[in-house]
Design a binder for this molecule. Structure first.
Ligand SMILES: C[S@@+](CC[C@H](N)C(=O)[O-])C[C@H]1O[C@@H](n2cnc3c(N)ncnc32)[C@H](O)[C@@H]1O
Length: 338
C-alpha cells in the first residue's frame, strides 16, 4: 500500500515510520526554538552571516552546542546557514526583540517553566480530563501568573506577539464602523481595542481586565480601563463586546458564565464578537487542533466548532448571526444579544 499520500487526513503524509519519527521528535525542534528565543540569539544576527562562536559569546552559550541547535532550526527554515555562519530568514527575523511584529515572546512561551512542566504532565489530562497544569500550579493559570511576574510578563508579551497578524486580520475582515463604544473583555494589553480605535476616530473603547494586567495599560480620552473579574464584576454597557481568545480558556460552564455577563450588560442588539479558531468538523490539519490540546492541558478550556458556539451563545441569550473568516487561523463568530 502506498501510504505517502492522504491516509486518514486527506493531506500528503510521510511514509508510516517516518511520520512517527517526525511527530515523536517534534518536541526537540520546539525546545530548540524556545531556548534560542530565550537566549536572544536572533538579536545578534544581522545582514552578514555571523558565526556560532560569535553568537555563543554574545549570548553566554557554548559554541558547539549552540551551533548544533542552530543547524537543526535552519533545517526547518529558521535561520539560514551561509559561509561564515548564519543569517536571518524571514521567520528567524521575527525572533528579534526589535522587530515591529516580533514573535520572540511567543516563541519563549511554551518553554516557560510553568508550561514546559505542564506539557510534561499531559498524561494527567488524558487520564482524567482535567488540566495538567493543576499538577504544576494547583490554583490554575491566572492566579499562578499573578504570583509570578516574570512569567506573566512573557505571557502578556506573547499574547501581544501572537496577536500582531491576527489583529490585522480581524480589522481587514470586519467593519467596526457601526459599533461606537466597544468593550475588549480580557483584552490583555489592549492591542486589539487600540488598533480598532486607531482606525475609527469617532469610537471609544473599554478594556476590561484583571487588575495585574489592566493596571499596566495607560487609559486615554478614548480608552477607559476597568480592572475587574468577569466572573464577579459587572461589565460595562457597550454596543459591542470583543472576546478574543477568552472563551477557549474555559470549559462550557465557565464560558457560559462569561457570555451571560456580556448578555446582561449589553442592550438587546449589542454585538458579541467571539474571536477564536473555529474547529473544523473534518480530519484535516488545522491550528485549532494543537491549540485545543494546549487548552486541555493548560486551562481546561477547548476550541469549539461553529455548532458548539451556536449552542453556547444561544443558551445565554445571544443569537449567532454569522461566522466571518479572517486571513489568519482566527474567525469572528458574531452574535447579537436578544
Ligand atoms: C489568552 S489571554 C487573551 C488576551 C487577548 N484577548 C488576546 O487575544 O491577546 C486571556 C486574557 O483573559 C484575562 N482574564 C483571565 N481571567 C479573567 C477574569 N476573571 N476577568 C477578566 N480577565 C481575565 C487574562 O488576564 C488574559 O489577558
Amino acid at each position: 500500500m502506498d501510504a505517502t499520500i492522504t491516509e486518514g487526513t486527506g493531506t500528503p503524509q510521510a511514509p508510516p515510520h517516518e511520520l512517527i519519527w517526525e511527530v515523536a521528535q517534534a518536541i526537540v525542534v520546539s525546545r530548540c526554538l524556545h531556548v534560542v528565543a530565550d537566549l536572544g540569539v536572533a538579536d545578534h544576527v544581522g545582514d552578514a552571516p555571523v558565526s556560532a562562536e560569535h553568537l555563543a559569546a554574545a549570548c553566554g552559550a557554548d559554541a558547539d552546542a549552540l551551533g548544533r541547535v542552530l543547524r537543526l532550526l535552519a533545517a526547518h527554515g529558521i535561520f539560514e546557514p551561509a559561509t561564515g555562519g548564519y543569517r536571518h530568514t524571514s521567520s528567524s527575523a521575527l525572533l528579534r526583540s526589535d522587530h515591529p511584529t516580533s514573535m520572540r515572546a511567543f516563541a519563549r512561551l511554551n518553554g516557560l517553566p510553568v508550561f514546559s512542566a505542564t506539557f510534561g504532565e499531559l498524561g494527567h489530562s488524558v487520564r482524567t480530563g482535567s488540566p495538567a497544569l493543576e499538577v504544576v500550579a494547583a490554583k490554575g493559570l491566572w492566579p499562578y501568573l499573578q504570583e509570578h511576574s516574570e512569567e506573566a510578563m512573557v505571557f502578556e508579551q506573547a499574547m501581544t506577539a501572537k496577536a500582531h497578524a491576527d489583529v490585522a486580520g480581524v480589522l481587514n475582515a470586519y467593519d467596526f464602523e457601526r459599533h461606537r463604544r466597544i468593550a475588549d473583555v480580557g483584552g490583555g494589553h489592549a492591542h486589539l481595542i487600540e488598533a480598532i480605535l486607531a482606525a475609527h476616530h469617532g469610537h471609544t473603547g473599554v478594556l476590561f481586565e484583571l487588575p495585574h494586567v489592566g493596571n499596566e495599560v495607560e487609559p486615554s480620552s478614548r480608552l477607559e480601563v476597568v480592572a475587574g473579574d468577569f466572573f464577579t464584576d459587572p461589565l460595562p454597557s457597550c454596543d459591542a463586546y470583543l472576546l478574543m481568545n477568552i472563551l477557549h480558556d474555559w470549559d462550557d460552564e465557565n464560558a457560559s458564565r462569561i457570555l451571560a455577563a456580556v448578555a446582561k450588560s449589553g442592550e438587546p442588539g449589542a454585538a458579541v464578537l467571539v474571536i477564536e479558531t473555529v474547529m473544523p468538523e473534518g480530519p484535516e490539519p488545522h491550528w485549532a487542533k494543537p491549540l485545543d490540546v494546549v487548552m486541555l492541558a493548560v486551562t481546561g478550556g477547548r476550541e469549539r466548532t461553529e455548532a458548539q458556539y451556536r449552542s453556547l451563545l444561544g443558551d445565554t441569550g445571544i443569537d449567532l448571526v454569522r461566522t466571518v473568516p479572517t486571513a489568519t487561523a482566527f474567525s469572528i463568530v458574531e452574535g447579537r444579544v436578544r
